[in-house]
Write a protein that binds this ligand. Sequence first.
Ligand code: AQP
Length: 336
Amino acid sequence: MKRVFSGIQPTGNLSIGNYLGAMKQFVEMQDDYECFYCVVDLHALTVMPTARSLHEGTLDLAALYYAVGIDPHKANLFLQSHVSEHSELSWLLQCISYFGELSRMTQFKDKKQLIESSKKGSQSITAGLFSYPVLMAADILLYDAEVVPVGQDQKQHVELARNIANRANQLIKDGVFVVPEPLIPKIGAKIMSLRDPSRKMSKSDPVDASRINMLDTPEAIMTKFKKAKTDSENLIKYDPVNKRGVSNLLEIQSLCTNKPISVLEAEYENSGYGKLKTQTAEAVIEFLKPIQERYYELRNSPEMLEYLKLGADNARKIARKTLTRYQNALGLVSRD
Ligand code: AQP
């Protein structure tokens, strides 16, 4: 079985964008791959969360993973900080990563710009925010993962992990790391903000109306979709370049109902945007209902903590082997 790794940071309210771009694939892959999925809590530290928001956000995200269908008997879900090999390998990889390549990461540039223009100012851009793609490379390479399911925005970071793996294979030891491939869905790879369809929907966007949170109430979902930004043409057509808002609604509805976009376009041929918005909201409400029910059952259950512990134990066995292999290749003297 091919091995898969992917993670999500507990940095806010998980949005339907995170689900459709990443988690949906995680669930679909469980039967055919050996899966390692992670709540990347160490990544969340890069934006200096409060202890309470990190703690609660980590458990919320773990419960959502299980609620969307991650089966603890098929996939290994764990908290990144429970497997200390992630931090250890990250340092070793930082020593073969270049300042220049990290400076070119568009996500760092975007976040830096956002922080600089906020009240916090440039003093709150941490070194961790800059180097976190190397920690992500360590996350992936530790598991010899061949496939990394992600949304479009993370493609560049997986490419960095590939470059680092190839560099280690050339400079340190041939074959020391498996070179991973990103897996990006054809539809849903970049769900856009409902308030500004030129921007990605993000769980940490300060404007709550810009996204559908996985735990939003039906009323909130309906209100957000009714106010979703579209255009003035009043023509329902899938054209993600010129009609980003309308295309975004069609993608969301298609993924939540399993109806192809071409079928939706035909159904809405003589309709206006009002109907598209209301029916997209209804489809999302219906789709999220069972997920929300399972989430509330699981969130404070003792089984969840047991599953996470089991996931971390399984993950650590593989992570330790890979780390030792790389330490030996580097020439670090073994303790044993
Ligand atoms: N809008 C999106 N559409 C499709 N996929 C998305 N992903 C994120 N936003 C969208 C995918 O979700 C996973 C979560 O990755 P992450 O937690 O590491 O953070 P991110 O990519 O930076 O996502 P966010 O929501 O924008 O988080 P914040 O606001 O904290 O930075 C990834 O696979 C990502 O591609």
